[in-house]
Design a protein around this ligand. Structure first.
Ligand SMILES: [Fe+2]
Ligand SMILES: [Fe+2]
Length: 478
């Protein structure tokens, strides 16, 4: 299924056959481009970037690579092909044909979910907008920009759903998505993690590994939706999301590699000898662990409360399923089953069986945690191979939480409940301190010679699109 690039708005949804919708989106488009020029990557409008663009929506072979100036990127509307006879696969409506139009009684729930997802897309572009100025290489700069333009396209994907299915309030939501700003005191983005700063490249890599992975799980749950246009939209977005997580995983992997190699070469045995490791111009492993703790705990909050009637309703209605819903071997209605949830009981953290319906968020979060852990295992292999004695670990899910069961408690990365004094004494060992941030910042010097890399990160093993190591991924003086 190919995409029509002859249109003002590239699409595979035959937009030209729906003049009202086409006009509404063409009306939104200049606002989007204004937002991009105001809030998109700093000083980037003239650089030529070796970007991939979707040319079809088939799972394999949809990408075309070429130099593009980002404001000329062909953002558009791409849905995975419609499956004939697709059914609703869970909840009260299980077995009925998937909806092609929004069911009236679920309109506000669906709108809220689409707006919340949509809001994260421009938010991450805003969070990352200054990073280009301190890129560790042209290869990394290109990857940052690729992620940014695709998040821009994900905004298009959600705005299309709002315009196509929610009439006037959908159009108003589309405007509001361009008006909110990450970190703004008066008009912030909807979710906390998307109002945090992404101050350096280590944060960017952690964010794309950890927070884009939350995106993967949210999109995967929405890809199961009984509302077919939402399902099809999310299925195509997931193919793009995979690259974002690749950027994060390999970015951290290369940073670990470089740190460990530098330690070996200099004969530094102790990973906790922070001053010595830092003097080598690389990022010490305990600081990497702190960054991981921060991003992981912020991202767990994105899954919402462990026990949630909203989540139960979205499932029962057939709007939002579980991860790989159709592969799960149960009745897909969950009216009589339970799911274990970590809760605070008599001052201790315990597993408690809750009705599976209200524990839907918890289940998605557990699937997410397992997926994160697999990534960590691969990172730990990289460290292990160098012979450095250090392992990265996910902190306890109750650590540093602002939403859900544990939000009012102070809990160590190991899962111990602490008083204020113990928390304050340990905090700087568990979360990045101002001094850590300053050190990382001191390494963030731009490297823009083709084939060259900053001191703190190893080159990638293979280039993008199989390009050679010294390929000019970004032409800055274009
Ligand atoms: Fe996205
Ligand atoms: Fe993403």
């Amino acid at each position: 299924m190919s995409i029509d690039y002859s249109e003002k708005i590239p699409n595979n949804v035959e937009l030209s056959g729906n003049k009202t919708l086409q006009r509404a989106l063409e009306h939104w488009q200049p606002g989007f481009l204004n937002w991009w020029s105001e809030m998109g990557p700093d000083e980037s409008s003239n650089v030529e970037v070796y970007l991939r663009t979707a040319i079809s929506v088939e799972p394999k072979g949809w990408a075309h690579f070429d130099y593009v100036k980002m404001p000329d990127y062909r953002w558009g509307i791409f849905l995975a092909p419609q499956e004939a006879g697709r059914k609703i696969n869970f909840g009260e409506h299980m077995g009925q044909p998937a909806w092609q139009e929004v069911p009236g009684e679920y309109r506000s729930t669906l709108r809220r979910i689409i707006v919340t997802q949509g809001d994260t897309e421009p938010a991450s572009v805003e969070q990352q907008r200054h990073l280009g100025l301190t890129c560790p290489s042209l290869y990394d700069l290109r990857n940052l920009f690729q992620v940014n333009v695709e998040e821009g396209r994900h905004l298009w994907a959600m705005v299309y759903l709002l315009h196509a299915h929610f009439g006037r309030d959908g159009r108003e939501e589309g405007e509001a998505l361009l008006a909110r700003r990450s970190g703004d005191a008066d008009n912030p983005r909807i979710l906390t993690a998307f109002n945090e700063k992404t101050p350096d490249w280590l944060s960017f890599f952690m964010f794309t590994f950890i927070t884009d992975r939350d995106g993967k799980f949210q999109l995967a749950a929405l890809a199961e939706s009984g509302f077919d246009p939402l399902s099809r939209t999310c299925r195509f977005m997931l193919t793009e999301e995979a690259h974002h997580m690749f950027v994060g995983e390999t970015g951290i992997g290369r940073t670990l590699q470089r740190t460990c190699e530098a330690m070996r070469q200099a004969g530094v045995e102790n990973p906790n000898d922070i001053e010595k490791v830092r003097s080598l111009g690389v990022i010490d492993l305990p600081t990497m662990q702190k960054k991981l703790n921060l991003h992981y705990s912020l991202s767990l909050d994105l899954f919402g409360s462990e026990v949630s009637t909203n989540a139960a309703n979205a499932f029962s209605c057939g709007i939002k399923g579980r991860f790989h819903e159709t592969k799960i071997d149960d009745d897909h209605r969950l009216e009589h089953s339970t799911y274990p949830v970590l809760k605070l009981v008599d001052g201790r953290i315990k597993r408690v069986d809750e009705p599976a319906l209200t524990a839907i968020n918890m289940r998605l979060r557990d699937d997410y945690t397992n997926d994160c852990q697999r990534g960590l295992d691969r990172w730990n292999k990289i460290i292990e191979k160098t012979g450095v004695a250090f392992r990265l670990e996910l902190p306890h899910v109750a650590f540093h939480r602002q939403i859900g069961e544990f939000r009012d408690l102070k809990i160590s990365p190991g899962g111990q409940i602490l008083d204020d004094a113990a928390w304050n004494a340990g905090k700087d060992k568990w979360l990045p301190s101002t001094a850590d941030g300053d050190f990382i910042q001191s390494l963030m010097k731009p490297v823009t010679e083709p084939g060259q890399f900053a001191t703190w990160i190893a080159p990638p093993r293979i280039g993008i699109d199989n390009k050679p190591g010294d390929f000019e991924y970004v032409k800055i003086s274009a």
